[in-house]
Design a protein around this ligand. Structure first.
Ligand code: PMP
Length: 458
């Protein structure tokens, strides 16, 4: 049963009482009522396939029964904090979470959001190394707090306040949009259509990007640095993938300068990339700190930092406290999410369904000139829209918007990303299946066809 809600009244309240710095999706934003696995339902009873998982937060499925029941049971028992008394939930969760991580990543800090996790990671990097400077990649989003805004390198989120002391950004190794294309270089079933001088196993693009990284090390920071933070695949920027060896070589350069390496797994963790549980594993590196949020709680507000005993000891010289971090509720939810990933085979599903989706989407890229690039790994997918494949100019906003709105009207919700909002972001709950992919591709195909008809009529 769906109650009809006074939509205009809701909009009025939003205008008057809710943060004006948010931007709602769609001309007429959805008024949501309910979620079930990969589906969302609005107040009019319309069903949507959620390919953006509520901004990549829903990992195992909206209101997954296992997670919901675990939360309900705990809600009736105890909420408060695990930070001054013991409670089994945090012990069990820390043990379980770290069993998914390689040595020496074994010490867990629980926080409430990704920004908080990255704040803490920066703080630790500085305390541990006794250096100050941190490098991030352009196009990265690592948080919206004043501390992490220095790492976040997306103009849309920047504000004119003092932030970012000791933070430098370096060139994004983007083999589709960057100056050096790499047509064999990324770890994806789909490579770019850009011509380049790379061949299997030899990536000239990577060499160029590493030169740029060295240039940043030589020009923007002191001889010793605190660290480097990167996502294994950039999320907010539209599933941007780096050449295969980039992170490995960058990590080495950072460590030579006394810095530590942080992998922001907020979007790429928990099996989303399919072949591996963590994004960093796809690059063959082991970071010194990983930060986790979003999918860690399947939509429940929780996040984590995991690091080594050695690095953790630098913060142990004094107290570090977080009231809600690691609450019994968060811990049972986190544990149920890990169980669901394993029991439902979601990492394997991400790999199988994600690869199928990528290959099907690549057919659309080959069919439509405006689909410039299809990339990603597992269920971390980007579809970049351009005026044409040669120029790679972003397709004008109003044209992308119409394709996007048409998809929504046909029942498919897709995310947006990239500097010009030119990339469709497809990062669904990991429980989607091949039928959902077929539906998605059919919807996108229809929306793109309509776009071509509009363009031809102009
Ligand atoms: N890191 C990444 C990669 C993110 O995508 C985000 C959120 N978009 C954050 C950190 C910050 O997370 P939160 O919004 O929970 O603070």
């Amino acid at each position: 049963k769906y109650k009809s809600y006074p939509y205009e009244h809701m909009q009025k309240i939003r205008e008057q009482n809710i943060s004006p710095s948010l931007r709602m999706y769609y001309k007429k934003p959805l008024l949501l009522h309910q979620g079930h696995m990969q589906w969302l339902f609005d107040y009019e009873g319309r069903r949507y396939l959620d390919l953006f998982a509520g901004i990549v937060t829903v990992s195992v499925g909206h209101c997954h029964p296992k997670v919901t029941v675990a939360a309900q049971k705990q809600l009736a028992r105890l909420w408060h904090t695990t930070n001054i008394y013991m409670h089994p939930s945090i012990h069990e969760y820390a043990e379980k979470l770290t069993s998914f991580l390689p040595d020496p990543l074994k010490v867990v800090y629980l926080t409430n959001s990704g920004s908080e996790a990255n704040d803490l990671a920066m703080f630790m990097a500085r305390l541990y190394t006794r250096n100050f400077d941190i490098i991030s990649l352009r196009g990265a989003y690592h948080g919206g707090s004043p501390y992490t805004l220095g790492l976040t390198s997306v103009g849309l989120y920047k504000h004119s306040v003092a932030n970012g002391f000791g933070c430098s950004t370096t060139m994004l190794p983007d083999v589709f949009r960057g100056p050096w294309g790499g047509s064999h270089c990324r770890d994806s079933p789909v490579q770019t259509v850009r011509k380049c001088s790379c061949s299997e196993g030899v990536c000239h693009a990577n060499d160029q990007y590493i030169e740029q990284f060295k240039d940043t090390l030589n020009t923007s920071v002191p001889k010793t640095i605190a660290g480097f933070i990167a996502e294994p695949i950039q999320g907010v920027n539209g599933a941007v993938q780096y050449p295969r060896n980039f992170l490995k070589e960058a990590y080495q350069l950072v460590r030579e300068r006394g810095g530590i390496c942080i992998s922001d797994e907020v979007q790429t963790g928990f099996g989303r990339t399919g072949s591996h549980f963590w994004g960093f594993e796809t690059h063959g590196v082991v970071p010194d700190i990983v930060t986790l949020a979003k999918g860690i709680g399947n939509g429940f507000p929780m996040a984590a930092v995991v690091t080594t005993k050695d690095i953790a000891s630098s913060l142990a010289q004094n107290l570090h406290f977080n009231t809600f971090g690691g609450s019994p509720l968060a811990c049972v939810v986190g544990a149920a999410v890990l169980d669901a990933i394993e029991e439902d085979g979601l990492q394997k599903n991400s790999e199988e369904v994600g690869t199928y989706m990528l290959l099907e989407l690549a057919k659309l890229r080959d069919k439509f000139e405006v689909v410039g690039d299809v990339r990603g790994k597992g269920l971390m997918i980007g579809v970049e829209m351009v005026t044409d494949k040669d120029s790679r100019h972003p397709l004008p906003g109003e044209e992308i918007n119409q394709i996007w709105e048409d998809c929504k009207d046909m029942g498919v919700l897709i995310g947006r990303g990239g500097l010009y909002s030119q990339t469709f972001r497809i990062k669904p709950p990991m429980c989607i299946n091949k039928k959902d992919v077929d539906f998605t591709v059919e919807v996108l195909n229809t929306a793109l066809q309509k776009h071509m008809e509009r363009a031809a009529a102009k």
